[in-house]
Design a protein around this ligand. Structure first.
Ligand SMILES: Cc1cc2nc3c(=O)[nH]c(=O)nc-3n(C[C@H](O)[C@H](O)[C@H](O)COP(=O)(O)OP(=O)(O)OC[C@H]3O[C@@H](n4cnc5c(N)ncnc54)[C@H](O)[C@@H]3O)c2cc1C
Length: 514
């Protein structure tokens, strides 16, 4: 099928143009023809009086943090290049994780209930006729981004926050006592600049110096009505062998306007990797077999796509004082996840408390803010998993290698039940779960992968694994000592609290089954 003809039939030329725009960016990234913006510079002169405590650039996930900080009494201004409005497509997350909005008094219980657009159970994990299992209550809640952002915006404004819409960030100069920000043709000053402008934030691109990502997750899909009634979903599912040097993974779940289905695959950023347009053609070719439906029976509400770069150097540590990345621009999630909303919600309490302490202690140097972007060994270990689910560009591997491995790994995990399975499926790796699972995976599935993965990646993984063990031991020790922290001077307390957070989140200690 030629996608152009399909879209013409759907009268969606605009959709095709937007897809091609995204493809042009993806091609620039693969070929290294990526212009590095330079919006940040530094000055030695002091600014004098500073207008705001925090300026947040980018409103989609920025409003989560903006509302939380403003509620605590900090002076926050939020800059959004367009209008602050959530996208139409629901964000999937687990119900428990959403409680933080009520705990931080950002939403009432009724508002939180209003933000939940859908909920389904159970969800399947399965691999091409191999192992199959079903789980409940994992990433099975669909949040309505339009409603959520509208309510958070109301909380933010009611607490005294300032929102500038149609105010695109243009650049900033970092001074010893603050940041001068140029946006929407005007200027403002703040003590701290928070970058929430997404994966392609000009600040993040400058900070990364134009380096290529080490891994990319490509996603295409749609939301459509007309499927046979189905109250279940798929968290990760395959039914084909490797094709075009990609293993296609699928995700599906009931949505407010029908059913959402995604095809996603893990690749590196080599020039020969497929375009999103090609993947969307593959998606439409395979969707009838996947969902047992004829395309002609479907009424497409929207098509969806994205490419998610992942960098070894993550979360991104700002090379400048007074600048901190959050959300997608920070690269805070693992290379196997494209759940950036979920990752931000998981870290919302940590970031809010950490930024508050940084502001109170005036701990806004580069080193201080790096403590808010700690190394997390539990994310580090997932790089090897990403590697094993990626077919190296130009290399032929047995067509069912990834399906067989995934079957073997999930069969091993299911033997240990929910405490092992559920955190893993929510992008949280814990030492005990990993150590219980690994010995059960059949070596015949793992050994053929070693040449593909390579010795450096294995050694790197071993380092993260040992650190995961260390962090898992340090976290309870830190917890035991934490009652002493309030007696320390503000800056020392700030450092101790950040170390405790690093051990907690870096070991998956933030995850609780119930
Ligand atoms: C197909 C697809 C499905 C997904 N499904 C899920 C899911 O189920 N669950 C989940 O947790 N996550 C999901 N995600 C990921 C989630 O959407 C992102 O992680 C989230 O949108 C990231 O938010 P962000 O604010 O960091 O970046 P972005 O969404 O990129 O938003 C950046 C914000 O900054 C603004 N901005 C950009 N440039 C400027 C500028 N110069 N000046 C001022 N403002 C600017 C933009 O207008 C926007 O408001 C999905 C993503 C895709 C593409």
């Amino acid at each position: 099928m030629v996608l152009r003809d399909f879209f013409l039939g759907q009268r969606s030329d605009e959709t095709l143009e937007r897809l091609r725009q995204a493809d042009r960016r993806w091609a620039e990234l693969r070929t290294g023809r990526w212009t590095i913006p330079r919006p940040i510079d530094q000055s030695r002169e002091s600014l004098g009086e500073i207008q705001w405590d925090v300026v947040i650039c980018g409103g989609t996930l920025g409003i989560l943090l903006g509302a939380a900080l403003q509620r605590q009494g900090w002076r926050v201004v939020l800059l959004e290049r367009g209008v602050l409005r959530g996208r139409e497509q629901e964000w999937n997350i687990s119900r428990r994780e959403l409680l933080i909005f009520v705990e931080l008094a950002l939403l009432s219980e009724a508002e939180l209930a209003g933000a939940i657009a859908t909920e389904y159970n159970p969800a399947r994990v399965g691999f091409a006729g191999g192992y199959e299992l079903w789980v409940r209550d994992v990433l099975n809640v669909g949040v309505d981004p339009i409603y959520l952002l509208e309510r958070l915006k109301a909380t933010f404004l009611a607490a005294g926050g300032t929102l500038w819409e149609q105010a695109p960030f243009e650049g900033a100069t970092v001074h010893p006592d603050g940041v001068l920000v140029r946006a929407g043709g005007t200027k403002l000053t703040a003590r701290l600049l928070v970058d929430g402008m997404g994966h392609f934030s000009p600040i993040a691109l400058q900070a990364r110096g134009g380096g290529k990502p080490e891994a990319v997750c490509l996603v295409v899909g749609s939301c459509a009505a007309g499927y046979p009634h189905n109250e279940t979903g798929d968290l990760i599912f395959t039914f084909t062998p490797i094709a075009h040097h990609c293993q296609y993974f699928w995700e599906a779940f009931p949505a407010r306007e029908g059913r959402t289905t995604y095809l996603f695959t893990y690749v590196d950023a080599q020039p020969e990797r497929p375009a999103l347009e090609f993947l969307l053609e593959e998606y439409l070719r395979l969707l009838p077999e996947y969902q047992q439906v004829d395309l002609a029976e479907l009424a497409f509400k929207r098509f969806l796509w994205g490419f998610f770069p992942a960098y070894h150097q993550s979360p991104l540590r700002s090379p400048w004082p007074r600048i901190l990345a959050i959300g997608d621009s920070s690269g805070n999630q693992s290379p196997v996840s494209f759940g950036g909303f979920g990752a931000m919600v998981r870290h919302l309490q940590r970031l809010t408390a950490g930024i508050e302490e940084a502001l109170a202690a005036d701990a806004l140097s580069r080193a201080d803010l790096c403590l808010l972007q700690p190394y997390q060994p539990n994310i580090g270990v997932t790089w090897l998993f990403q590697r094993t689910m990626t077919v190296p560009a130009g290399r032929d591997v047995p067509p069912h290698q990834i399906n067989d491995l995934m079957s073997g790994v999930f069969a091993a995990m299911e033997q240990w039940g929910d405490p092992v399975l559920k955190p893993f499926l929510q992008d949280v790796v814990q030492f005990s779960a990993l150590s219980q699972t690994l010995p059960l995976v059949n070596p015949r599935l793992v050994l053929p992968l070693l040449p593909q993965v390579g010795l450096p990646a294995l050694l790197d993984w071993s380092r993260h694994y040992l650190n995961l063990a260390l962090y898992s031991a340090l976290y309870p020790t830190g917890q035991a000592l934490s009652p002493l922290f309030p007696h320390l001077p503000p800056r020392a307390r700030y450092v101790c609290d950040r170390l405790l957070d690093a051990w907690k989140y870096g070991s998956g200690g933030d995850y609780h089954l119930r």
